[in-house]
Design a protein around this ligand. Sequence first.
Ligand code: NAP
Ligand code: MG
Length: 480
Amino acid sequence: MFEYAPAPESRAIVDIKPSYGLFINGEFVDGNGTSFKTVNPATEEVLAEVAEASDVDVDEAVKAARRAYTRVWSRMSGAERAKYLYRIARIIQERGRELAVLESIDNGKPIKESRDVDVPIVAAHFFYYAGWADKLKYSGYGETPLGVAGQVIPWNFPLLMLAWKIAPALACGNTVVLKPAETTPLTALLFAEICQQADLPPGVVNIVTGAGDTGRSIVSHPDVDKVAFTGSTEVGKAIARAVAGSDKKVTLELGGKAANIVFDDAPLDQAVEGIVNGIFFNQGHVCCAGSRLLVQESVADEVMSRLKRRMATLRVGDPLDKNTDVGAINSAEQLAKIRELSAIGESEGAERWSAPCDLPANGYWFAPTVFTGVSQAHRIAREEIFGPVLSVLTFRTPSEAVEKANNTPFGLSAGVWTDKGSRILSMANRLRAGVVWANTFNKFDPTSPFGGYKESGYGREGGRHGLEAYLRNTEKGADA
Ligand code: NAP
Ligand code: MG
């Protein structure tokens, strides 16, 4: 054995202020509401005091967005809008390390993920939609923006979800009012600074921090033309009810319970890497996480022993350490939820195995865990745990795999591991999931549409399809 030498990324690059206001009409303002604290989930250290936007503040933000829409942004040519988006994309790259470190501090995700996955894809998203801004007439969805978009996002990919929302909205000529999640507001506020740095016209992007009530206030504001939400299915349903009967356009990106299906002809070591990536990437706080492993019975024992061996090597701990594989659980509340569902798994009779690892004394942590002997009726097979917990089921035939995979109220993603291309195609056709990965998992690209079926929501983000959510389709034959 050797002593582990930590390799922490310096946090000197970030300048966290003691308190933050709201970003309305291009400026940081105090707001009329109270404030809340955001903490570092790896240490429980309070990072900053953040303004909680009241109804009055949300109204100010919507008014600013409306003014910017009618006077500036919707009148500007697509080519001009693109210049701003390209500028934002380049600043994100230039300030990439700062964004990555801040994301890891506020969210708890490992620096190797924020640095190598989140931030590069955020920049790529802005570059990609910048490219569309002057080519909307080829989109197939018309060229007319909707107006003011109200956008509410979760805490698992704070900056990435912001990019998925803001980049296409702006490219299409809309202005936005966005609320980041209560536990992860800091990178959205740094993004607001980037908007200032890019000289984005005031009011085009407004960031209002707060909790559920602020989100509700945005969604129900009468002058919001479009609602874009990513979060839980429960809140998604409440939003669908709140906007029913209005003429607001809505997209909902909700929860998931993806099947990751391993056939006996799959290259097993690669499949094990894919299983690990599928469920332990971002502590399993991933809507499309491969949280249900379906493994063919003939290789189940072999896969499980290789998986446990691999899980025992995962390094859990300081998110800023460059060697960390699994960081902190985002909040005490989420940790309690993961613990509760895991206890239910045990009481329902599934067998629990957790990777042996020393967890830090402070902060919110959960060791990578796998449940075997899971049956379809178990709650850990049906409900989204949203943590580093894998449920394992077995199957014998491809049809049984399809049936089990589709036996869920969700339909966001799935994975297939096999050597046969023909099997990949036939499985992809039969799986009711918005995204099907073959011999890989959790691959994201701005050119590729992402979204769900059933209780995973509706609408697509990314790619040409992602433009549809932000345009009024006035082309012949489309409903106006
Ligand atoms: P959540 O509780 O639904 O929260 C999402 C956002 O909505 C937060 O900003 C939240 O505010 C706000 N909110 C809460 N109640 C609201 C209301 N009544 N009206 C309007 N806004 C409201 O979800 P979460 O627990 O943060 O995030 C995890 C969920 O997101 C998981 O289910 C995951 O699968 C899903 N997700 C889906 C995708 C996808 O693309 N399909 C991507 C990522 C995550 P607070 O700040 O108070 O929480
Ligand atoms: Mg936080």
